[in-house]
Design a protein around this ligand. Sequence first.
Ligand code: 5RP
Length: 235
Amino acid sequence: MDQDQLKRLVAEAARDEVLRLPDGQLLGIGTGSTANWFIDLLAPHKNHFSGVVSSSMASTNLLLKYGFTVIDANKVISLPVYVDGADEIDPNGHMIKGGGGALTREKIIASLAKQFVCICDSSKQVLELGAFPLPIEVVPLAEASVARMMEKFGGTAKLRLKNNKLPKQEKLSEPFVTDNSGWILDVSGLHIHDPVKLENEINQIPGIITVGIFAQRKADVLLVGGSSGVTRLTF
Ligand code: 5RP
């Protein structure tokens, strides 16, 4: 099975898992290609839920296209479950997220959820976080100062650029802009031995909107797709 088929497989398992919730509940839904599979597969069952809370404009657009009732996170006190992908997940359920640029809203919605169900293919499982460049969303004014701070942590920060169809010259000069009007620094070279500590430390840097380490609010459940099917792990 290729990576996309594995993503579909875990999305099916996540659909089956959330359909075991009683009718009429709210559900948190993440962002990315695995989350998109989950949305596609959940669409025929949308009336099982009173509404969904989405972690990005991209997911919201897809959910609205399918006719889900999308609720503003401000109107929600708590969610039973949040389902989302990850760029890396370690044996403790700590994750790197933000490859799709939605880390801030993902962290907010995850914080509302009683249970975080991470869905991914087995290529995302790592012993230690950090091979995937760590996304950090910043206020544009702080791009250079945060990048310098990252050097002190042993990392090299690269401003994420738009992946659009502009001519090469223009494309090179255009930063990727998040749903919150932030920019993203992708930081490579970090050795994340203690994800909770590093998340805390990076959170103290002025100009940071969100760091893509999800360790303080980690995954509770992992549905991971590999050659022998879907495995369910709890942390
Ligand atoms: C988006 C994310 C995604 O969950 C992460 O990038 C995984 O994406 P995919 O399911 O496409 O592999 O954090 O900000």
